[in-house]
Design a protein around this ligand. Structure first.
Ligand code: F3S
Length: 659
């Protein structure tokens, strides 16, 4: 049997021989890394701490794109640090205003067949050009930058066979919402979705990116499309045709599962509050009064997306009760939209054009009103994601968002345009984008790089490093959560909170702030503690602060029914032991404040089965550690930074012996 595309790329990057059976741990040589401003300070502090002179991968890029509201000194402190540390260590910087990391990275740095690790859960965006792009925590990015092979659980590869053609008024968003409707938010765990078939071949790169980007909402390791003529066309439009290589699955490629979607059968869909898999046909959504529409985010502001939204709005006006904003994903797309008259259409219709940045997607501006109904083209609709937990967020395509902005309630492009909706099918990504890399700062070389002063304003505080676990533990439960806790619940976004991410002593005060405002103080007073979680604990954004802050507050373990992939990695990296209830019913027998006791923890950990006594309830229960051998080593060392330093010392000693 032939090989699928994912396997081909993984095989080409194996750092150690492997049978590559699903579930097996594999080690990979990474080609590219990506970070963004609100997660990256910790990454570069960690990289500085290991003491290497320069990033060891082909290309590392630091994007300043999320928080461009300089409310006070904190974010500019972060940005200046990030610019200086990048110059010192061989990292490119994409300056504020150049665009959102995933859109810019795919357009200007991505290459088919390469393996990229990004400190953001939507890194899979780049899968649209046949690149394998995996979202990880910031410490993992720092590790990749040292050249130490990355560990990954070999995923199952699922063939998603697309047939038919999207109808005008339907967007690639409907494809990924249909996937979410079918598989749910945990349906992609341990899987790569590989999109193939005649329907996939017809999708342009911008459309493919909506699908690969939002595959993160299914918990997938990543998603990918073949590198075919559409990718060649895209790279040619970026003046980078030489970076194109054709990369397809073999005709008789083997897969671990298969999904069929007929694009012609799709209709406009909508993810209703408060999870992205709560998907309904848009026409069935209750016709509530909509307060806010946001056309933006990395997911759904390709050139065609915004142009189609503008065409729906052309000659019409945003409803007087709706606040409609648009944030385009990159400067080059914005320029092309201006050139082709679409920006004018948006302005004429009363759309407020925002800065080229993530902004409202992660609650940096444009929070909805109290109990407001917000309609967004972004990828997450968790409670509070937009900055107001009383609001409801609905996720739709740009065409549907534009129609909704006009009507003041849920509507599709066809509701507005009638038969004229067909003209939306004439819009395609341009044959040539305005290429201008003047907003990308190249790293310095040699002695010039070594002379760079790294600027640390008062917001840049040291990276806290956990202690190795003790053999015996007797600690209280500081928090018991419900299912599907998101990293937004643990460490909220927003302009204010995001600017605290390089200052853990300050930010940890707001840990679980919206979910349980007393948590931080309680955990601190307890000294050490354990958190109890439900299903899918830590889903959503890759932000490792959802592990660093609890660690800083003394949380030693999380015991949950299940833990989301990236968050589990972050817990390990920051020395919190992720434990899974052997019997999920035991969750019901634990309360906040209960005292838990573990004997011989270090020895028990090696068996991946740990017995815990609930001293308060006088019962014993079992948990398992779904951890690889190397993850156990990381925990035992006291987190990834200590582990990494040991690895590099070992490597240096081996190299010394060979000389
Ligand atoms: Fe930014 Fe939202 Fe994408 S925060 S990277 S636009 S998911």
């Amino acid at each position: 049997m032939g090989k699928n595309l994912t396997r081909k790329i993984l095989e080409a990057h194996l750092a150690k021989p492997s049978g590559m059976r699903p579930g097996e741990e594999i080690f990979l040589k990474v080609d590219q890394t990506l970070t963004h401003d609100i997660n990256a300070v910790m990454t570069y502090l960690a990289f500085e701490a290991v003491g290497l002179e320069r990033t060891q991968v082909e290309c590392s890029v630091s994007y300043l794109d999320h928080n461009l509201l300089y409310l006070d000194h904190k974010t500019p402190d972060d940005h200046i640090y990030l610019q200086s540390v990048a110059k010192r260590y061989g990292v490119h910087v994409s300056r504020p205003g150049n665009g959102i990391c995933h859109a810019v990275h795919m357009a200007r740095f991505g290459k088919p067949g390469k393996l990229s690790m990004g400190g953001d859960s939507h890194t899979p965006h780049g899968g649209a050009i046949g690149m394998l792009c995996i979202g990880v925590g910031g410490m993992d990015v720092a590790t990749a930058m040292t050249g130490v092979p990355m560990r990954l659980k070999m995923p199952e590869v699922i063939k998603v066979n697309l047939t038919g053609r999207l109808k005008p008024g339907c967007n690639a968003k409907e494809v990924v919402l249909e996937m979410l409707r079918r598989t749910g938010i945990k349906g992609g765990l341990g899987k790569v979705f590989e999109y193939v078939g005649p329907g996939a071949a017809a999708l342009e790169v911008g459309e493919r990116a909506t699908i690969t980007n939002m595959g993160a909402e299914m918990g997938a390791t990543t998603s990918i499309f073949p590198a075919d003529w559409q990718v060649r066309r895209f790279l040619k439009a970026q003046d980078r045709e030489e970076d194109y290589i054709e990369l397809l699955p073999d005709e008789d490629a083997e897969y671990d599962g298969e999904v069929e979607i007929n694009l012609s059968g799709l209709e406009p869909l909508c993810a209703c509050p408060h999870q992205p898999d709560n998907v309904k046909p848009l026409r069935e959504v209750e016709k509530k009064k909509v307060q806010q529409v946001f056309i933006g985010s990395c997911t759904n502001t390709s050139y065609s997306d915004v142009a189609k939204a503008a065409l729906v709005l052309k000659g019409r006006h945003v409803h007087e009760d709706v606040s409609c904003t648009c944030a385009v994903s990159s400067k080059q797309i914005y320029r092309q939209l201006m050139k082709d008259g679409y920006v004018e259409m948006l302005l004429d219709a009363g759309v407020r054009l925002l800065e080229i940045a993530c902004g409202p997607c992660c609650a940096i501006g444009q929070s909805p009103a109290s109990e407001g109904v917000a309609v967004r083209t972004s990828n997450r609709n968790f409670k509070g994601r937009a900055g107001n937990p009383t609001a409801e967020i609905y996720l739709v395509s740009p065409e549907s968002a534009a129609a909704t902005a006009i009507m003041g309630t849920f509507a599709s492009a066809e509701d507005i345009l009638g038969d004229e909706v067909a003209k939306l099918a004439d819009i395609h990504d341009p044959e040539h984008f305005p290429v201008d890399d003047s907003m990308i700062i190249k790293p310095l070389e040699g002695d010039e790089a070594k002379r760079v002063d790294i600027v640390r304003g008062p917001n840049i505080q040291p990276l806290p490093v956990p202690e190795p676990p003790a053999q015996n533990l007797r600690v209280p439960v500081s928090l018991k959560t419900v299912d599907n806790i998101t990293t937004d619940d643990i460490t909220p976004a927003s302009a204010e909170f995001s600017s605290m991410r390089s200052n853990i002593p300050l930010m940890s005060k707001y840990c679980y702030h919206r979910y349980d405002p007393e948590f931080a103080e309680r955990a601190r007073a307890m000294g050490q503690s354990i958190i109890i979680g439900g299903e899918n604990y830590g889903q959503g954004s890759s932000r490792e602060h959802a592990a660093i802050n609890p660690m800083y507050l003394g949380v030693r373990a999380v015991i949950a029914k299940s833990i989301a992939r990236i968050h589990k990695g972050n817990l390990v990296n920051h020395g919190i032991i992720p434990m899974i209830f052997e019997n999920p019913d035991d969750y019901d027998n634990i309360e906040k404040g209960d005292e838990l006791e573990v004997h011989d923890l270090l020895d028990q950990m090696q068996t991946k089965a740990v017995e815990i006594r609930n001293v308060t309830k006088n019962v014993t229960f079992k948990v398992r550690l779904e951890l690889s051998h190397s993850e156990l080593e990381v925990i035992s060392c006291g987190g990834q930074l200590r582990y990494l330093k040991k690895q590099l010392e070992k490597k240096a000693a081996q190299e010394g012996n060979h000389e």
